[in-house]
Design a protein around this ligand. Sequence first.
Ligand code: IPD
Ligand code: CA
Ligand code: CA
Length: 266
Amino acid sequence: MARSALLNVMVQAALKAGKSLSRDFGEVQNLQVSVKGPGDFVSQADIKAQKIIRDELMKARPTYGFLGEEGEEIKGTDGAHRWIVDPLDGTTNFLHGIPLFAVSIALERNGEIVAGVTFNPATDELYTAERGGGAFLNDRRLRVASRRVLSDSVIGCGVPNLGRGNHGKFLVELRHVMGEVAGVRRLGSASLDLAYVAAGRFDGFWETGLSAWDIAAGILLIREAGGFASDFDGGTDMLDTGSIICGNEHIQKALAEVVKRPIPTK
Ligand code: IPD
Ligand code: CA
Ligand code: CA
């Protein structure tokens, strides 16, 4: 697998930030038992990881724009390129000592995602994709799962929580999906959820209320693994709408139909 120079820059940034997160993840387990808990420490770890990524990316391409979850967007002098970064996706897992979190970095060119990297430092799983070049997990080429029917499928989702999302609407979606599928999963890291779809571990996934940095890299991973993603309106404005339904061509369609089924009137 030959990586372009740009993808290499992204991989190096993700690995470096991942190393820092791994060290801090070890410390989180110690802080778990302290009265104050690891909350403040985790937000520092998150900010530190973003700084590592921003420094690496800006050093390599000083004119590109930079949109990261932690802090103000930097508008680049090069109007065509923008990095989209989540330095720690799966913060709640990280905070609770659950090893399902990731660094996620995407590169946008003229509004299209052209490269993506998602790295889980706890499992050493590095997902990479470049437009037209395929998707990979470490050195292995990825392909979405080939199951054609929901009844055989494991579907990932996001669950709204305290103070976030439309709980009633989600419960209706879940009620419809759970009656049709072999299993429903909630990992707690949208970037990894999408990487799992690309890797064929999940047959499909849906979630609303997401941000561009949660899904930018993952959308490319899925497309390059032969899968499809749409927003809840059936278009491809996932980065703006923050909603996504994805899978192979059969499961994506079937899942969209079930997720969007109207609320029963009785
Ligand atoms: C969150 C995770 C989670 C999703 C949330 C995101 P964060 O990102 O991706 O799976 O359900 O909507 O905000 O806060 O851990 O970076
Ligand atoms: Ca996130
Ligand atoms: Ca985050």
